[in-house]
Design a protein around this ligand. Structure first.
Ligand code: HEC
Ligand code: HEC
Length: 325
């Protein structure tokens, strides 16, 4: 953060300097200095001004996102809460925050000691470090109040109110208050484990610049309280399952597919296929990773999330994916 702000200040000075040179050149007595100097210094000023503006905007987005105060909250940590939290964490959090092996590759297994350098793995390491945090009680979260942890999951900001680059783009801000508290209860109940990889994010100036230039969608603000629909096999609850199962994160807000974009290849609409299946066939497909024609889901489709769901959650998901959205 400090380095990025210093780079920004240097850029401000350079922009002013280039602006001053432009002014000098334009007022020069010799015509060629006026034209060549004015044009050259003028273009340089414009470029510097644009970079400075985008960098400054990125710094504002990353470090001063206007986080609300963390709620005063004490999670009881009942056995029911811990069990529910473990169920949810095993469906989604473990895929990224699970411990890494000796090569820094995610094992997708507990403990949630993190250390997976996603930025490097996904080819955006040039923006700075983006690595999964250690969510066990020995890491950074040991110094978080329950309210600060709640705010991190709901609003995607850290203890200091700075933007969590990756988390704020993920759908966990849509989890209900009860489920968010269950996750906190589970995180607090884990054994303390030190990660064997880097943790947390540290955007460099290029990262700030890209944020400032609007390369990433701004996360939609989340309400302070969220109630989940009652847990049953209804379409409504199925949509909620598709939220924590992450289906909507990839297949689009209505799970109707998304077109190819700068963020990645197209993701198909799952509904046409699911609608041809019985609920039993759907559950079998999501638990085996094999489509009814025997073709396995490719790597890009994390069917394992759904394979860890209860029968009722899969039934709700089926109900949701077989109606017209
Ligand atoms: C797609 C990968 C991914 C998944 C899935 C994921 N996280 Fe994260 N998480 C990250 C990364 C990367 C960071 C590091 C900070 C950042 O860039 O957001 C992080 C950081 C965090 C932090 C640290 C906040 C801080 O203040 O530094 C918490 C808490 C957290 N995650 C909770 C969760 C929980 C709970 C889940 C499951 C509901 C989850 N995460 C699922 C990638 C993920
Ligand atoms: C990380 C992104 C991602 C997530 C999360 C995800 N999917 Fe997918 N899904 C894909 C991609 C990519 C494909 C296309 C794979 C292919 O090329 O066959 C796909 C394919 C599918 C298909 C097959 C569609 C067809 O016609 O072949 C179904 C069904 C499906 N997903 C359901 C789900 C469900 C249910 C969930 C939530 C439990 C889910 N997906 C979560 C990325 C994702």
């Amino acid at each position: 953060m400090i380095v990025n702000i210093l780079i920004f200040l240097v850029l401000v000075l350079l922009t002013i300097g280039a602006g001053w040179l432009t002014w000098k050149a334009v007022r020069a007595r010799r015509l060629w200095v006026k034209i060549a100097g004015g044009l050259g210094a003028g273009i340089l000023t414009l470029i510097l001004a644009a970079v400075t503006f985008a960098g400054g905007r990125g710094i504002a987005i990353l470090y001063f996102p206007g986080a609300k105060p963390a709620p005063g909250l004490k999670v009881e940590g009942t056995p029911d809460q811990i069990a529910r939290g473990e169920y949810l964490a095993n469906i989604n959090c473990v895929g990224c925050h699970g411990q890494v092996d000796a090569n820094g590759e995610p094992t997708e297994t507990f403990p949630l000691s993190g250390g997976y350098n996603i930025g490097e793995a996904e080819g955006f390491g040039f923006m700075g470090q983006v690595a999964t945090e250690n969510l066990t009680p020995v890491g950074k979260l040991a110094n978080y109040s329950d309210g600060e942890l709640f705010r991190a999951i709901r609003h995607g900001v850290n203890k200091d109110g700075q933007m969590l680059v990756f988390m704020s783009l993920l759908p966990y801000g849509e989890l209900s208050d009860a489920d968010t508290e269950a996750l906190i209860a589970f995180l607090r109940s884990q054994p303390a484990v030190t990660p064997n990889g880097p943790t947390g994010d540290n955007a460099n100036f290029i990262g700030a610049l890209l944020f400032g230039a609007g390369m990433f969608p701004a996360p939609a603000p989340k309400p302070d309280t969220i109630a989940a629909p009652s847990a049953d096999t209804s379409v409504e609850y199925g949509k909620y399952v598709a939220t924590y199962g992450e289906c909507r994160g990839c297949h689009g807000p209505d799970a109707t597919g998304v077109a190819e974009s700068s963020f990645g290849p197209a993701v198909p609409n799952p509904r046409p296929l699911v609608s041809t299946l019985s609920q039993t066939q759907f559950a079998a497909m999501m638990r085996s990773g094999l489509k009814p024609n025997g073709v396995p889901f490719p790597e890009a489709m994390p069917w394992e999330n759904a394979s860890k769901m209860t029968d009722d959650d899969l039934a709700a998901l089926y109900a949701y994916l077989t109606i017209a959205p």
